[in-house]
Design a protein around this ligand. Structure first.
Ligand code: J2J
Length: 539
């Protein structure tokens, strides 16, 4: 399989370089720069680890040598499925340093997703933790090895059993980063797209590091900043908006929280003087509920970024009074475009909008269904193109034809209103996915799992509003003749298919049939909408 490519037309690439957005630095070179600039400053707090930039760099170089010694060659993909622990940063910087391409899986992913990501990316190496959140990953690693002979190496952070221990990788360390073209793909991020299993998002050194530098500046990061990584580190939001990469770029400290629950996170905030973090709306609500009763001192917290799903104004208005910090709304996507409210924006803007783009060269179009621009203030479909927005998914010709216009705009699937000053308000979305607490779930993917059950004739999955999660999943199911399958059987069945728990339908509603129009079969999209209207909205 070829090395993943991500190509901007040369005139765009040149413009982005000329304007100084793309600076020609690779992630490997970044690590050397961070060490040279911030050497003895505290880079990382995770579990018992308290590592300076020099120590993080030393460990990453050793891991890099270890990866190279496995026989991996520059451009090879490596699937990384690690929770928020010290090895996450060592592994990814080690991979970058060795010229390898991380492919990010979420800790919640199970065999179906992992096998899909392996197949899609052509990864032959799998880096995984022994355990996290009560789940033992070793049986999963065994399954992956048994099913895909190409996966030659499994590297385990923690108890490695028959696999290679992460800590045993390397010895002296590579002395310099393996040269890469900064315009090449640095890593593959996963999409929260609306069709089927996740697609791979190829991000280059040049484009991603621009978004990191610009985000660090917009979010006011400095070498005094302490960023709490509370969301899973593989998500784009805690990675770069401004995320741990932004914090490292600025010479600050990253504190890894093993999970985002208030009891764990609040202790870390108080202990390490955390100044900034990022959360999805349900967690922000949970933190606001817990904060008035906590014994921990949260006064170091200056900025709370909230994004991944819509944060309603009523909740947004409570952040400052309850947590005593500035809210920053973040509307981003792993494909690129990220919008922030600015720290000095009027409270009204911070509460009621999802921010404005990072870059003056982020082109934003708001179009009606016929592709015509709508007036300012009117809702429409958001399209975007710019110096850090991809031009296509990795090896997805038909999805790319749907998701990108011929002139390279990404169809985000989001419905927004553009307000004065370029601020965007997210109104909803056109695509058929469920945004469950910031995790995007493809209706189609869950339907495919349900339909695989012999008791199911057909299934349609929709989102239903949920006070806490924002949205949750509801599956409409038409039973087959094979008996009276029950909701709990179906949930257990979907779970047994080896998928992330957040994809298991929250609610299952049996219906006698899916009505089709006289003309014949309606589209899945229309069917989902009709079912929602009939059973959920009209009661
Ligand atoms: C409404 N919807 C939002 C918001 C994302 C920063 C922050 C988030 C993501 C992310 C990210 C939203 N209000 N504030 O990558 O760097 C929905 C939109 C969007 C989709 C992208 C980042 N913030 N969304 O959530 O790739 O529908 O990225 O298109 O996971 O989340 O999802 P994802």
């Amino acid at each position: 399989m070829s090395i993943p490519q991500q190509i901007w037309p040369e005139d765009f690439a040149k413009r982005y370089e000329d304007k100084g957005y793309w600076q020609g630095e690779t992630f490997g070179q970044m690590l050397d720069r961070l060490e040279a600039t911030h050497g003895e400053r505290l880079a990382l707090v995770a579990g018992d680890a308290r590592w300076s930039y020099a120590e993080l760099a030393r460990r990453a170089r050793i891991a890099a040598e270890g990866f190279a010694a496995l026989g991996l060659t520059p451009g090879d993909r490596v699937l990384v499925q690690l929770p928020n622990r010290a090895e996450f940063l060592v592994a990814v910087f080690g991979l970058f340093y060795a010229g390898l391409v991380p492919v990010y899986a979420l800790p919640a992913h199970r065999e179906t997703e992992v096998l899909h990501l392996v197949a899609k990316s052509g990864a032959r190496t799998y880096v995984v933790a022994d355990r996290h959140d009560g789940f033992d990953y070793l049986p999963l690693a065994r399954k992956v090895r048994a099913e895909v002979a190409d996966v030659a190496h499994v590297i385990v952070a923690g108890e490695a059993a028959e696999f290679t221990a992460f800590d045993s990788l390397g010895d002296k360390g590579l002395s310099a980063p393996v040269p890469r073209n900064p315009r090449e793909v640095a890593f593959l991020q996963i999409s929260g797209g609306s069709t089927g299993l996740p697609k791979l998002i190829p991000r280059t050194h040049d484009d991603y590091l621009y978004s990191v530098r610009a985000s660090a500046e917009i979010c006011g990061l400095s070498d005094k900043s302490v960023y709490l990584c509370a969301l899973p580190a593989a998500h784009n939001f805690p990675m770069s908006s401004p995320g741990y990469l932004g914090a490292l770029h600025a010479g600050g400290t990253v504190v890894m929280s093993p999970n985002p629950q208030p009891d764990v996170a609040f202790r870390l905030i108080a202990e390490h003087g955390v100044t900034i973090t990022g959360l999805v709306p349900p967690l922000a609500l949970l933190w606001m509920q817990a904060a008035p009763r906590t014994k921990h001192d949260l006064s170091s917290l200056q900025v709370l970024g909230v994004g991944g799903a819509k944060f309603i104004p009523e909740a947004a208005a409570k952040v400052r009074p309850v947590l005593g910090c500035t809210l920053q709304q973040v509307f981003g996507m792993a494909e690129g475009l990220v919008n922030y409210t600015r720290l000095d924006d009027p409270e009204e803007i911070i509460i009621s909008t999802q921010g404005r783009p990072i870059s003056p060269d982020d082109e934003v179009l708001v179009l009606d269904d016929e592709g015509n621009p709508v007036p300012e203030g009117a809702p429409g479909n958001l399209y975007t193109r710019g110096p850090y927005t991809i031009r296509g998914y990795h090896e997805e010709p038909s999805a790319n034809a749907r998701s990108f216009t011929p002139d390279g705009f990404y169809r985000t699937g989001d419905v927004v209103r553009r307000l004065p000053g370029g601020y965007l308000e997210v109104r909803g979305r056109a695509g058929d996915h469920i945004n469950r607490a910031g995790e995007k779930i493809s209706a189609e993917e869950v339907e495919d799992h349900l339909i695989a059950h012999e008791g199911v004739f057909d299934a349609a999955v929709v989102s239903v509003p949920d006070k806490f999660l924002g949205e949750k999943t509801c599956a409409f199911v038409v039973r087959s003749d094979a008996g009276e399958v029950q909701p709990r059987d179906l949930k257990a069945f979907v779970r047994s298919r080896g998928i992330a728990e957040f994809k298991v339908p929250d609610q299952i509603v049996f219906v006698p049939e899916f009505e089709t129009t006289a003309v014949g079969k309606v589209s899945r999209k229309a069917l989902r909408a009709a079912l929602k209207e009939k059973y959920l909205e009209k009661g």
